[in-house]
Design a protein around this ligand. Structure first.
Ligand SMILES: [Zn+2]
Length: 144
């Protein structure tokens, strides 16, 4: 069962179904069935999102899986055909997790989101070895 955060629960289910792409719900249900922990949805349809945001189009969800490392959430989510997938670590989200979307036409948009060590600003970066190293270092800092 998909868990919604407080903000999301304010929407009535019929309104949600009107505003959200059914393909997104379908894939979220599939993802939910694959994970052991609870799947929390923090943001889905958002009329205040940026003009080009998939959230504004009802095609994106920001989620986290309780008790699951964000890198494990990512590799598991990759088994499903997301149009876009962003990885958000502990330096940018209190509950590290994923942006998942079903954008049309483009398959394979992938990115990481992190704090710049120089400016402390949040920046989009490619998903690769240096980003993974950064995420692991963030978790190390949390422990110490
Ligand atoms: Zn998002």
């Amino acid at each position: 069962m998909v868990m919604f955060n407080k903000k999301y629960r304010d929407y009535k289910p019929d309104i949600i179904m009107d505003l959200v792409d059914p393909k997104l719900i379908e894939l979220l249900d599939e993802f939910d069935a694959m994970v052991r922990g609870k799947l929390y949805i923090h943001r889905m349809y958002d009329e205040n999102a940026g003009h080009r945001s998939q959230h504004r189009a009802g095609r994106a969800a920001d989620v986290h899986v309780q008790g699951m490392h964000v890198l494990d959430q990512w590799t598991l989510a990759e088994r499903l055909p997301w149009g876009g997938l962003g990885v958000y670590g502990p330096d940018v989200w209190r509950h590290p997790g994923l942006h998942l979307d079903v954008r049309p036409g483009i398959v394979g948009a992938r990115w990481g989101y992190r704090k710049s060590p120089k400016t402390e600003r949040k920046i989009y970066v490619g998903l690769g070895a240096s980003f993974i190293k950064w995420i692991l270092e963030c978790y190390e800092e949390e422990k110490s």
